[in-house]
Design a protein around this ligand. Structure first.
Ligand code: SF4
Length: 165
C-alpha cells in the first residue's frame, strides 16, 4: 500500500542527498558537529510535515523538553531525539542556503561556518537551492491538504512543539 507521505519522503531523501554532497564539499569550512545545537529552534512546518512526523513518532517514547527561549522540544542534552524523523528545515542546518528575499538573492549560513571562505566563491553549484525545495514542499503540501480535506489554508504552518503529548 502506498503511504500518503511517499512523495514527501522522496523529497526528504533528495534533500538528504544534496545536503550530504554539500557537507562533503564544504567539509573543511563547516564547524557542525554532534553536540552543537545552535540551529535547533522551535520551527514551524507545513501540515504535511507535521502529520508525517506525528505518524512516525506515534509509537516512539520521546522525552519532550520544555522550550526555553524558543529551543526545540525534541532537543535533549544537545542531541536531537527524533533525528531520523526531523523536518526538512533541520536537514540543511549549517549549509550555505541560497534564497530570494525582496527580489534579491540572499545567502545564509551558520555564523560558525565559512569563517575563512570568500563569499565570492559561493555559486549555484556549491549552495543549497532553498527556494527550489521550498516550492516543491509547498506544492506537495497543497495537494496533501486537498486529498485529505484538511482545514488549513495553503500557507498555514504548525509549530512542531504542538507534537508534544
Ligand atoms: S527536530 Fe531535532 S534537529 Fe530539528 S530543531 Fe528539533 S532537535 Fe534540532
Amino acid at each position: 500500500m502506498t503511504s500518503k507521505f511517499e512523495k514527501y519522503h522522496q523529497l526528504r531523501n533528495q534533500v538528504d542527498q544534496l545536503s550530504e554532497q554539500l557537507s562533503s564539499l564544504h567539509k573543511s569550512h563547516m564547524a557542525c558537529k554532534k553536540g552543537c545545537d545552535l540551529c535547533c529552534m522551535d520551527y514551524d512546518v507545513f501540515p504535511i510535515e507535521f502529520e508525517a512526523m506525528k505518524e512516525a513518532l506515534q509509537n516512539k517514547q520521546v522525552d519532550v523538553q520544555k522550550s526555553v527561549d524558543g529551543s526545540c522540544i525534541f532537543l535533549k542534552d544537545h542531541t536531537c531525539q527524533i533525528y531520523e524523523h526531523r523536518p526538512i528545515i533541520c536537514r540543511t542546518h549549517g549549509l550555505p542556503l541560497l534564497f530570494m528575499n525582496d527580489d534579491q538573492w540572499e545567502l545564509s549560513a551558520c555564523e560558525l561556518n565559512f569563517t575563512e571562505f570568500d563569499d565570492e566563491e559561493f555559486n549555484t553549484e556549491n549552495t543549497f537551492p532553498q527556494d527550489k525545495f521550498n516550492s516543491k514542499l509547498f506544492l506537495l503540501n497543497q495537494a496533501f491538504l486537498k486529498e485529505n480535506d484538511l482545514p488549513y489554508s495553503d500557507f498555514d504552518l504548525i509549530p512542531i512543539q504542538k507534537l508534544k503529548g
